[in-house]
Design a protein around this ligand. Structure first.
Ligand code: ATP
Length: 377
């Protein structure tokens, strides 16, 4: 059992008062029953940094539309939108109840009270609200504070994972992020979860959010361990752990799109990427020929699979450029066409492999290759 966390709801009013933009937000929602909800309340209570404001207002459709600076979400069925707040925006939604026509399908929604809105949520720790007005006290009808203290993820009712199986993936994300455990009944319900009714799109969305976590490999381990996603490759957590480790350090950090690389590492690697990972190029020019067609994120997956030579490609070889250009070959009498490319490639290979240096030598080799005097590889 994890140790009790120090969670003090009495400090909430003061924490809410200290949120950036809160005064402006109170001005915009003046006279409307508005609440800070969900992850925002959870994060304030656990003292997380950079809390994202998430607002719910009670009332009919006119209440949202009447907020100054409100823009409805395009094509949204969910009574939600954005509220302009200085240079930023906050998410705001009308309090709503949800019903699920079929398991895994998107819910049907209708305006409702804040209590009903909290009752449609995924876990107790995400089902709390604080009135936005000064001095507002915590609404915690599902005992989220207690579960935050003991580090438990608990669904609000027995049909939760049946209604929306993506909650099993969300559970892995929160469990990994906060080091929480599943409450035993929740665990039993989760292990019966069947993701097959959920569209691939929605699954990919959840995985993308998992990929953006600090430790996505941990979340994937849990998904495997809980057995909720049969299509997940058992090699995924290992690859992802290696990819996230490498993405933090030179030469990959700042070059590679970490989230994309994690997404690629979650999937079973393409046979071509496995081939790349198994390749043992003997010369830098060969390494460049193998690696240059690939996106850095795919290269990082190959690196995570063992291709250490890709570190040098990423750090050095990919930056090597010739001093000459095609113009120089044209000026020396080579007609425009594929010969120019052959010439430049030969010179670049020579430079990469340390066989030539300087403009003169580049030009000599490029011209010889362009004229067919050097056999192509
Ligand atoms: P994060 O910190 O990862 O952004 P969050 O808790 O803010 O997490 P969001 O996905 O932004 O999560 O959703 C906001 C809130 O909406 C959640 O805290 C939860 O109360 C509710 N919610 C989101 N997705 C679901 C879902 N699939 N089922 C039930 N409630 C949900």
């Amino acid at each position: 059992m994890t140790a009790q966390r120090d969670i003090d709801p009495a400090r909430l009013p003061e924490l809410v008062d200290a949120l950036p933009g809160i005064e402006a937000l109170r001005g915009l929602t003046d006279g409307v029953p508005a609440y800070l909800v969900g992850g925002a309340v959870r994060d304030l209570l656990i003292g997380a940094e950079g809390v994202d404001l998430d607002i719910v207002v009670e009332g009919d459709a006119d209440v949202l539309a009447g907020l100054p600076g409100f823009t409805p979400e395009r094509d949204s069925l969910f009574l939600t939108g954005k509220l302009a707040l200085g240079n930023s925006e906050v998410d705001v939604a009308q309090a709503r109840a949800e019903s699920y026509p079929q398991p895994g399908a998107l819910p049907e929604v209708q305006p409702a009270s804040i209590a009903e809105d909290l009752a449609r949520r995924d876990f107790t720790i995400n089902a709390m609200a604080v009135p936005l007005g000064p001095g507002g006290e915590l609404l915690d009808p599902h005992d989220g504070v207690e579960d935050l203290r003991t580090g438990l993820l608990r669904v609000l009712h027995d049909r939760s994972f049946i209604d929306d199986p993506t909650r099993a993936l969300r559970a892995a994300r929160y469990a990994a992020r906060f080091g929480f455990e599943l409450e035993p009944d929740t665990r039993r319900l989760l292990e019966e979860t069947d993701l097959s009714s959920v569209s691939e799109d929605r699954i990919q969305n959840e995985l993308r959010r998992t990929a953006a976590e600090r430790d996505p490999a941990r979340a994937l381990q849990l998904i495997l361990h809980w057995g909720v996603m049969p299509s997940l490759d058992p090699g995924a957590p290992g690859r992802v752990a290696e990819v996230t480790r490498l993405a933090e350090v030179a030469p990959w950090s700042g070059w590679v799109d970490r989230e994309l690389a994690v997404m690629l590492a979650i999937a079973r690697p393409l046979p071509q990427v496995r081939d790349l990972a198994a390749a043992t190029p003997e010369r830098p020019s060969e390494a460049v020929r193998l690696a240059s067609p690939w996106d850095p994120a795919q290269l990082l997956v190959a690196r995570a699979l063992g291709a250490e030579w890709l570190d040098r490609y990423a750090a050095e070889w990919r930056h090597v450029r010739l001093e000459i250009t095609g113009e120089d070959l044209i000026a020396a009498g080579i007609p425009q066409g594929p010969a120019i490319g052959h010439g430049l490639e030969a010179a670049l290979s020579g430079k990469l492999d340390g066989e030539l240096s300087g403009r003169e030598e580049e030009l000599r080799i490029a011209l010889a290759a362009a004229r067919g005097e050097i056999p192509e590889d």
